[in-house]
Structures are given as structure tokens and as C-alpha cells.
Ligand binder design. Sequence first.
Ligand SMILES: [Zn+2]
Length: 252
Amino acid sequence: MMVRVILQNLTWQEVDALSREIVVVIPTGAVEQHGTHLPLVTDSLIAGRIAEEAEKRHSKDVLLTPCLWLGASAHHLGYSGTLSADFPTYQGAIKSVIESLVPHGFRKFVVVNGHGGNIDPIGVALRELKHTREELLLCNFCYFLQIQEQLAAILDGPDKGMHHADEAEASLVLHLSPQLVKKDKLRDDGLKPPVAGMVHNFKELSEEGSIGYASLATAEKGIRIFEAAVSALETTILALASGYRLTAYPAK
Ligand SMILES: [Zn+2]
């Protein structure tokens, strides 16, 4: 039987027996509004399932942690039900997971993120950790930034990237958890492009909470996007598992 390496299901002795070359995969997302058609758990669901699938395919090389579901979602707080951590709290949570495992000898970490608003805070948290612990291998893996070419090829709408509750994201949820999609409410919204670099609250961007062409979403596209994201994560995991090193520094 295949042995799964899911941290919360193991005993401490089983964790202690793992190779320290193993890659710790930390999924993180959000519980925040996703328009009229997708559930609040969307980003955590997607990041969690991508990480789970990669662990399933590479159990020998992966230690999977629970999904850190509370994200940095202040820009969505104008909609009921959104839960948000402030930046220091969210960064502290990411760092705490890693800093708990470092004293036990683990040193390779991939944060698998499903929420755009988490990208910057994860980046700052990982840079701070790297500054004080240079032996750590740390990766800020935001799944949709890793598959931009594939997304452009898969999507039918004029918008070729990942936005909020759009064609791409709604397709993923139609694939992963179709019972959570309000199919009669899939709608296009937030289609006016903002000026590059502008900082917005979501109500300034969208009438009902989404951005993009959700009406074009299908489960079939979701399967292809999911596979592209898992495959990109597999590549990252294998690169770290095999001893990632670009130069002779640091001297061994
Ligand atoms: Zn989302």
C-alpha cells in the first residue's frame, strides 16, 4: 500500500523518522468572497487539492502540512463572510509553520498559494526567513503564476490570465467541487481594466465580486488547468528534492 505523508495524520515518531531531504509543502489560500457563483473556500480548496495531488504522486519526497486557510483578504472585506488576517498576522503564520519544523531538521519548504492577495506577504515572510537562515530552501509557489502559458492556451475568453472567480478559477471549482458552484449564477463582471499599478478594494473593481468571464467556465478546462498546476508543482518539488544548487555557494 502506498504510504501517504500527510503531517496531521502521522505520529511524531513517524515525522521524526522522515528524511530531512523531504520537501515540506504548505498549501495556503483564503476564505473570502468569490462573486455570486463560487464558494468562499475557493482559493484554499484549489491550493489544497493541488498540493494533495502532488503529495500523492511524490509521497517519497513530500511532507504535506494542513492548508493555512486564513489569508490576507482585507480588500474583500466589503462582502459578507470574508475572513482576513492583517499582514503581520498572516506573515507570522507562514513563518511559524516553517520555524516549527526547522529545529527538527527540515529545511526545504514550498508554500503553495491559491490567493493573489497572499503573494506579496508570503514573499516578504520568506525573504525574512532566508535572511536569518540561509541554509533554508524556500519557494513562493503561486500556482496560477506558474502556468501562465498553459492558461492562455486553455482559456477561450479575451482574458488570458487568472483573475478573481473568472473563467479559469470557476473551471477549476467546476472540476474539483462542482456541487459548490452556483451554475445559474456564473456571470461576467469586473471587465473594465484598471490602470496598471493602482491599488483597489474589490468593490471598486467589480459589481458583485468577480473579475472576468466566468460564463465561459467548464469542468473540462478545469481538468486541464489543474493538471498543469500539479505538473508545475511536481517540477518544483523534484528540483528541491534532488538538492537544488545553482552555484558553489554555500560551501558544503
Ligand atoms: Zn480566488
